[in-house]
Ligand binder design. Structure first.
Ligand code: ATP
Length: 455
């Protein structure tokens, strides 16, 4: 009998595993942390980079109608006047008159404090932008903001991107970068933090074709998540009601994920119309139009914006890939990450620390490292080491045993099935490369053997 029962993913399990295995730590932990700020550890940074890389590949590299930008976090404060953020980017803040906790009024189901049931103050609009000062003098004239979204860096560069890339409508600009919001209520791990990263596309289209492109991008973005292995039943679309729409938005769909705390926004796809370009034309006095070759007229393009959060994508992918099962009466915890996302692709595990075995294993490790993010581990029993790699979501472990010294063969063990095959050391790199690209690992050469871990 086993005491361990496989269970569902919970936020507590994730937070603890992420900390224990080096995915995510509370920021400035040794000083007690900083509210709603997080640090990505040695494994987490790889996962996050892979998410961004996959998005960039799908949004820029594999398309001929998109280019990328990397714009600065600090921008001329006029940008935020034009965009409406100075006057409109706020949430209604209420405070409990008894316990003084603060809440977002639009998050509350009832008009009393969720913590103590106390009476609440009337809502006050609270601007979410972080302010700082540029230069040595802290005065109003020197106020600058940490950008609350990456989008505006794209709008103000519309003409630069258009002229230098020589794209024609419809075309888009993609950007990945940090954004900052002084959120009233935070929480749910990395779901809502005060410093986070966005992956945003501004896709410029001819007015009148915007509905078609809106539908296109909703589909395209859903497919990106499905392609990374997110289960269909865990994603859904939710259309914003008229009262929910942001000041710039004509239409907006949230792509929601079924997080452990419930369905919540993973990404927003909005039709921003010509709001932003027109505002920037008015405030900057510069032309941000497109010369339509057919009509010979200058048009202000409409914009479809798929705006995703890097951290929320990481959280959704962690939740979706998390799994528990019983193997040999013990609980096995693993992440079924898509191979493109797995932080570590290959682990090299010598069966013992004996010198001649270590030498061969280290050679194998050195050979594989230029091609894959590879880890070397020679501590503890092999079973424990497999479990550790399972918790990192490593798709393949390569085991070097005493037989390897004789026959120059190594064992490859696959994470999800725990199937093992034996291939020549010389063929390891090509075999792993093929497998990581999605070819079936367990098509064996003639005379080969498959067995399960533990058999
Ligand atoms: P919410 O309603 O959850 O506050 P939002 O509608 O304000 O989000 P957007 O302005 O549409 O969010 O931002 C686009 C994306 O940026 C979101 O879908 C989310 O993935 C990410 N994002 C926004 N705010 C945060 C945050 N505080 N922490 C982490 N990610 C965020």
């Amino acid at each position: 009998m086993t005491e361990n029962k496989p269970g569902k993913v919970t936020m507590e399990k994730l937070v603890s595993l992420c900390q224990r295995r080096g995915f995510i730590f509370p920021s400035s932990d040794i000083y007690g942390g900083l509210s709603a700020c997080w640090d990505y550890g040695p494994v987490g940074v790889e996962l996050k980079r892979n998410v961004k890389e996959s998005w960039w590949r799908a949004s820029v590299q594999e398309r001929d109608d998109m280019v990328g930008l990397d714009t600065s976090i600090l921008m001329n404060p006029r940008v935020w006047e034009a965009s409406g953020h100075v006057t409109q980017f706020s949430d209604p803040l209420v405070e409990c008159k008894d316990c003084h906790q603060r809440w977002r009024a639009d998050d509350l189901k009832e008009n009393k404090c969720p913590a103590c049931g106390g009476e609440l103050t009337d809502p006050q609009q609270f601007n979410l932008m972080f302010k700082t000062f540029m230069g040595p003098v802290e005065e109003a004239a020197n106020v600058v903001y940490l950008r609350p979204e990456t989008a505006q860096g794209i709008f103000v560069n519309f003409q630069n991107a258009l002229n230098t890339s020589r794209k024609r409508l419809p075309f888009g600009v993609a950007q990945i970068g940090k954004a900052f919001r002084n959120e009233i209520t935070t929480g749910n791990f990395i779901f809502r933090s005060r410093e986070f990263e966005q992956m945003e596309i501004e896709y410029f289209v001819k007015p009148g074709t915007d509905d078609k492109w809106f539908d296109y991008w909703v589909e395209e973005r859903l497919n990106w998540y499905y392609g990374l292995g997110i289960k269909k039943e865990n994603l859904r679309l939710r259309e914003h009601g008229k009262d929910e729409l942001a000041h710039y938005s004509q239409k907006c769909f949230d792509i929601e994920y079924n997080f452990p705390m419930g369905w919540a926004e993973l990404e927003g796809v909005a039709n921003r119309g010509d709001f932003d370009l027109k505002q920037h034309m008015e405030y900057s006095g510069k032309g941000l139009t497109y010369l339509d070759e057919e009509s010979k007229e200058h048009v202000v393009p409409y914009v479809i914006e798929p705006s995703a959060g890097v951290d929320r994508s990481v959280l959704a992918l962690l939740c979706d890939a998390y799994d528990e099962e019983i193997v040999n009466d013990e609980l096995r915890v693993l992440f079924h990450f898509h191979t493109d996302l797995a932080p570590i692709k290959v682990a090299v595990l010598p069966l013992s620390r004996k010198e001649n075995l270590s030498a061969l294993a280290k050679d194998v490790y050195a050979d594989l490292r230029p091609y894959f993010m590879t880890q070397y581990d020679d501590t503890q029993a092999i079973g424990r080491r497999y479990r550790r790699q399972d918790e990192l979501g490593t798709p393949y472990c390569v085991t070097i045993d005493f037989q390897s010294l004789e026959d120059k063969m190594a064992t490859i063990r696959e994470r999800d099935t725990m199937n093992q095959i034996r291939v020549s050391v010389a063929a390891l790199k090509d075999t792993l490369q093929a497998k990581l690209a999605g070819e079936d690992l367990f098509v064996l050469p003639e005379g080969g053997v498959i067995w399960k871990e533990g058999d």
